[in-house]
Every structure is written in C-alpha cells, then in structure tokens.
Design a protein around this ligand. Structure first.
Ligand SMILES: Nc1ncnc2c1ncn2[C@@H]1O[C@H](COP(=O)(O)OP(=O)(O)OP(=O)(O)O)[C@@H](O)[C@H]1O
Ligand SMILES: [Mg+2]
Length: 353
C-alpha cells in the first residue's frame, strides 16, 4: 500500500516543524508534539515566534532559511519544553518549493540527542575510570608491602605487651591494618581485567544468600517479589553475588527506622536501552528498592566514581565495582532516587535466546 507524504512525515522519529513564507506554522508532526510537549492544535496557524518564544535560535534558523536560503545541518541546540527541562536537539533546515519551483516555506527537522548525550557522558566516565584504575593498581601495590610490615610489627608488639589496656591498642592496629588490606585488595580486583567464571545459576538463591547475611540482627524487613518463571542466568555467580551484596548493603545503610528493602525480579522481553553494546532481547531485571535517605540528583553520577563516599567508614568502591561487574556481563544498571523517599536500583542482565 502506498503511503501519503503526510503519513510519512507524521511518523518520522524526528520532529518536523514547517512554516509558510509568512513564518506561520503549517506542519507539526507527532514527534514535534512529544519533544515540545505542545499539541498540534495549539500551534498550527500561529506565528513561529509566538509558539517558540524561548527558542530564538530555532526561529532565527527557520527564518534565515526562508528568507536568505541559508541551510543548517545538525545544528546542536537545546529545546525548551513546556513542562520538563530543556532537551538537547540537532536542527536541520531546508526550503520547500512547489512543483513550479516557487518557494512555499521552510522546514526544521529536529532530532532528539538526549540518548547520544548520555552515551557521551558514559564514554567520558569510562576513560576516567581507566585512568583511575591504573593509578589505583600502582598505589595498591605500593601500600601492601609497608602495610604487612606494620601489621607484623603490631603482632610482635602484642606478644610482648603484658598490660591489658595496651593490648587493646595493638588489636586496633591489627584490625585497622586488615581493613586497609581489604580495601587495597578491592582496588586491585577493580583494576584487574575480569576473569569471569561463567556458568548457569539461580539468581534467587544468590539473592537469598545475601539477604540471610544482611538480615542478621538488623531491624530491617526484606520483602521479596520473585518471578517464579525466571530461568537460570549465566554469569559469574560469585561476582554477581558480590554486586547484590554491595547494592543491598548500601540500601541497608541508607535506612533509618522502619526500614524496608524490596527485592523484585522480572523477565523483560524486547527490552531496549539506548546504551552502547546493550543488545535488545530477553533480559532479566533485579530491582533493589529501599525507603532510605535517597541520593541527590547532582550526586548520582558521582556514586560510581571510585572512593566517592558519604559514609565515615565507607571506602566508596561498592558502586564502582558493581557497575564494572555488571558491564562485564553485558548488563546495565539504572537508578531512580529521590531524597527522603528512597532509592531503587535495577540491574539488567541479558538472557540467552
Ligand atoms: N541505596 C542508596 N541510598 C542512598 N545512598 C546511596 C545508596 N547507594 C549508594 N549510595 C551513595 O553512594 C555512595 C557510594 O556508594 P558505594 O557503595 O560505592 O560506597 P560506600 O557504600 O560509601 O562504601 P563501601 O561500599 O565501599 O563500603 C554512598 O556513600 C552513598 O552516599
Ligand atoms: Mg557501599
């Protein structure tokens, strides 16, 4: 069946705005409605300037195209939306002529660049992580030797000291040296290329083992919403269990009184995320939701940076390591958080077939 030009324009994923020679809007497709959050009926037959009072560049480009024949290609701008914040867009303009070659107007093709922008942010983060990773690996090696010297000396001292109260100090020395050693090992794990031991395993069992570990004596309720039809997932069980432990530990640490952590699993089909290397297809999602303190919008990016922590005894490596492990499994991580209400972190892992 033949499609009319209108149908094609209507269904383009780019927004289309066309004006007549008097700069009055004559075409405004569905995508333009979505991007601007304005309805077609409210903008058609109105002056371009009036409809886009905050988008001077868009108006200027269309008018220059109309009056001077200047064309713009993929010009990056930000579009003001009626309700939400601005949207990064690319604008391409062209003139419209009728069959006799007379100028009848101009169009702007508006491309939503928000997916591309978040990709740019992701690759910047990757580069930064690669640098920090190398630095951390070197530092970790340098720290390990003097650290084991310190610990050994503290142990010798402990044996020689008869005074009980002084013995407590050496215990602190040893304990703190062990804690530091743990952090250094985490750093080394983080900077080493992955050696995944992939096999099929039951995600629910892995989640249960983490819950059991964290439940111990804590006034926290865990609510499980497992999808019973979930097939086994293939991945490195140990490393993914570590991810769930990091995420649930963070959830638990964010809670105050009446704390609750919900853990839900789901299968998603034809799931698609605009992210490099993430295939569309069958996916399992594991959501860990807490009703704790939440994370400020400005801090969301930073929580993946190694050593970023808001806790007095935190090492700030939990999220960075978790993200790395998930990426190595071809997965993805999503965060929804609002301050005072809580945080939901969802891990997506690809399923075979
Ligand atoms: N569920 C959550 N609720 C509130 N804040 C969170 C949550 N998860 C992470 N954060 C924030 O992100 C920061 C970084 O988390 P990450 O797990 O990387 O380090 P950490 O928990 O501080 O230390 P570590 O996990 O190494 O002991 C935390 O300090 C906290 O501010
Ligand atoms: Mg943590």
């Amino acid at each position: 069946m033949l499609q009319s030009h209108e149908d094609i324009v209507e269904n383009l994923s780019e927004g289309v705005v066309a004006v007549n020679p008097l700069s009055v809007i004559t075409v405004f497709n569905q995508s333009a409605e979505k991007m601007t959050e304005m309805s077609r009926s409210s903008v058609l037959n109105r002056a371009l300037k009036e409809v886009f009072p905050h988008d001077a560049r868009l108006v200027e480009m269309l008018e220059k195209t109309l009056n001077e024949g200047r064309l713009f290609a993929e010009y990056e701008e930000r579009l003001h939306r009626r309700f939400s914040g601005t949207l990064p867009i690319g604008i391409t303009t062209s003139q419209i002529f009728d069959a006799n070659g007379a100028l009848t107007g101009a169009t702007a093709l508006i491309k939503d660049l928000s997916g591309i922008k978040s990709l740019e942010a992701a690759s910047l983060r990757k580069e930064r992580l690669a640098c920090i990773g190398q630095f951390a690996a070197n530092l970790a090696h340098e720290i390990k030797n003097p650290l084991s010297g310190l610990r050994g000396a503290a142990q010798l001292l402990k044996r020689r000291i008869r005074d009980e109260t002084l013995g407590e100090y050496t215990d602190v020395l040893i304990k703190e040296a062990d804690r530091l050693n743990g952090i250094v090992n985490d750093m080394l794990d983080f900077s080493r290329p992955a050696r995944l031991r992939i096999k099929e395993f039951n995600i629910h069992k892995a989640l249960d083992s983490v819950i059991l570990l964290l439940k111990d004596g804590a006034p926290v309720s865990f609510v499980k919403g497992y999808d019973p039809s979930l097939p086994p997932v293939s991945g490195d069980e140990g490393q993914l269990t570590q991810v769930f432990l990091n995420l649930m530990k963070n959830a638990k640490e964010a809670l105050e009184t009446d704390g609750q952590i919900k853990i839900a699993t789901r299968i998603l089909t034809d799931f698609h995320i605009v992210e490099e290397g993430f295939p569309a297809g069958k996916t399992v999602s594991i959501e860990i939701q807490d009703n704790g303190c939440g994370i400020k919008k400005d801090d969301l990016e930073r929580i993946f940076t190694p050593f970023y922590t808001t806790k007095p005894k935190g090492s700030g490596l939990g999220m960075a390591i978790s993200l790395k492990i998930i990426k190595e499994h071809g997965g993805h991580l999503k965060i929804d958080s609002s301050v005072g209400k809580g945080t939901a972190i969802t891990v997506y892992l690809p399923l075979k077939g």
